[in-house]
Design a protein around this ligand. Structure first.
Ligand code: PHE
Ligand code: NA
Length: 460
């Protein structure tokens, strides 16, 4: 990726762009977060609302972001200002970019910690902890659960992992090591998918697949609260890496002649498939072992190791699985660090390396809040608002407030502020298909987000 503000180089191909954007999209959001928030929010109805949010809001907003980035050929705030000026509007719209920078900064502070959990699990699996636990099927789930608790209450261990994650990300971002990443994503993303499908099949055999399928796809709206709908909406943004300027940044490198419509849909479909398969891999194990779907952030880490424990070559497969999760998380970590870094380069005129270090150190300091939250430290417990701890607060603030807010502004900007002919030209669509996207951006996305948001926070 280019190191200066004005974008000079492009992705080497359409394929390279789709891979990089898919790498940013597919991550812990799919494999760690989606399964547990689905469990906390009742299953099927949540999944349906989530899928609708992806289709009707996420995909159009993604197209809008890519268009802004491509048209502006610059970092997010400048790209928005450029497109606003081209449309004869105020360049103050570039403030949308600022929301994204803040959200990216806050998200990475806990994302890096969870990536650290996955890294620790590479070694748990490699050293045979899961198969050892499986030796006694009666205590199996308890032993795996204790392993997890021991990890998340070990502040020093988690600090080591999140520190290493952030240092590696700072290095990659400051050097702009794009080539290596492209190659790695080319092989590791498909490998992750194959492995996930394999684990799903194995879970289906040893676990309770029927219960899992029913839980995920039997729609019962009495199980879904309005807060749950907001979680689904916020997650649609989170999982597609939207409203953080990421897709604008990636769009800025888009070669001419690549279809924004097709690539956006491809990325969204790939992301959705990984999330659904992750759910179908985890839930049969959850139900067969009497675990709680509402177990929260530990769900993945307390369920899937049970499958590895009993699987032939399970220690090996488990090690591979967690290595790939670490990798999928890392491509997202890099995308997340890119947005505050680009902001510092652009606004504070820092060198790229200095900007990456400054952003990285800030994020590292904030990550301590999430680490101590998981460890249960008293000072992380919040007395105001909805209670919970600092991690839960950061998660709520970003996914349920900042991202939907950013989504409203982006859709309004693309639907109403930007000249429609820019939209049409970049989408390269006419007639009904164009009208549909315009209606989604003008009405469905902003009004839908506003209604869900206002209802959930009690304004309506
Ligand atoms: N989309 C990523 C995931 O699902 C998270 C992410 C958000 C990455 C924002 C980059 C930017 O895990
Ligand atoms: Na995702």
């Amino acid at each position: 990726m280019s190191t200066d503000t004005q974008v000079s180089n492009r992705w080497s191909s359409r394929y390279a762009y789709v891979l990089a954007a898919t790498g940013a999209a597919v991550g812990l959001g799919n494999i760690w977060k989606f399964p547990y928030i689905m469990g906390e929010n009742g299953g099927g109805a949540f999944v349906l609302v989530y899928l609708l949010c992806i289709l009707l809001i996420g995909i159009p907003v993604m197209m809008a972001e890519v268009i802004i980035g491509k048209r502006g050929r610059s970092t997010p705030a400048n790209a928005i200002a450029h497109v606003a000026a081209e449309s004869g509007r105020s360049t103050h719209w570039s403030l949308i970019g600022t929301i994204g920078v803040i959200a990216g900064f806050l998200i990475l502070s806990f994302y890096a910690v969870i990536a650290g959990w996955a890294a620790a699990y590479v070694f748990f699996s490699g050293s045979g902890e899961f198969s050892a636990a499986a030796a006694n099927p009666v205590t199996n789930a308890d032993v795996i659960g204790a392993l997890f608790t021991e990890l998340i209450t070990s502040v020093s261990q988690l600090m080591v992992w999140s520190t290493l994650t952030l240092i590696a990300a700072i290095y990659v971002i400051s050097k702009g090591v794009k080539k290596g990443l492209e190659t790695a994503i080319t092989y590791l993303m498909p490998a992750l998918l194959v492995l996930l499908v394999g684990i799903m099949l194995y879970s289906a055999v040893v676990g309770d697949f029927a219960a899992a399928f029913d839980f995920m796809f039997h729609v019962d709206f009495s199980q879904l609260t309005i807060e749950g709908a907001l979680v689904a909406l916020g997650h649609a943004f989170f999982t597609l890496s939207l409203a953080m300027g990421i897709m604008m940044t990636y769009g800025a490198y888009l070669p001419k002649g690549v279809s924004i419509v097709k690539t956006s849909i491809t990325i969204a479909i790939a992301d959705t498939i990984v999330a659904l398969i992750a759910g179908l891999a985890i839930y049969p194990i959850v139900f067969a072992n009497g675990l709680e779907p509402s177990a929260g952030p530990g769900l993945l880490f307390q369920s899937i190791p049970l499958a590895f424990g009993s699987m032939p070559f399970g220690d090996f497969v488990g090690t591979l699985f967690f290595i790939m999760i670490v990798f999928a998380a890392f491509t997202s970590v890099i995308a997340l660090l890119e947005s505050p870094t680009a902001y510092l380069v652009e606004r504070q005129k820092m060198s790229r390396t200095k900007a990456a270090v400054v952003a990285g150190v800030g994020i590292w300091l904030l990550s301590l809040c999430s680490i101590y939250s998981f460890a249960g430290a008293d000072w992380t417990k919040l007395s105001f608002g909805m209670g919970g701890d600092i991690f839960e607060f950061l998660d709520y603030l970003t996914a349920n407030i900042l991202l939907p807010l950013g989504g409203i502004f982006i859709s309004i900007f693309a639907g109403w502020v930007m000249k429609p002919n820019i939209l049409q030209e970049e989408l390269n669509l006419t007639g009904t298909p164009f009208a549909i996207i315009l209606i989604l951006l003008r009405f469905v996305a902003p009004i839908g987000i506003l209604l869900v948001f206002a209802n959930a926070v009690g304004l309506l």
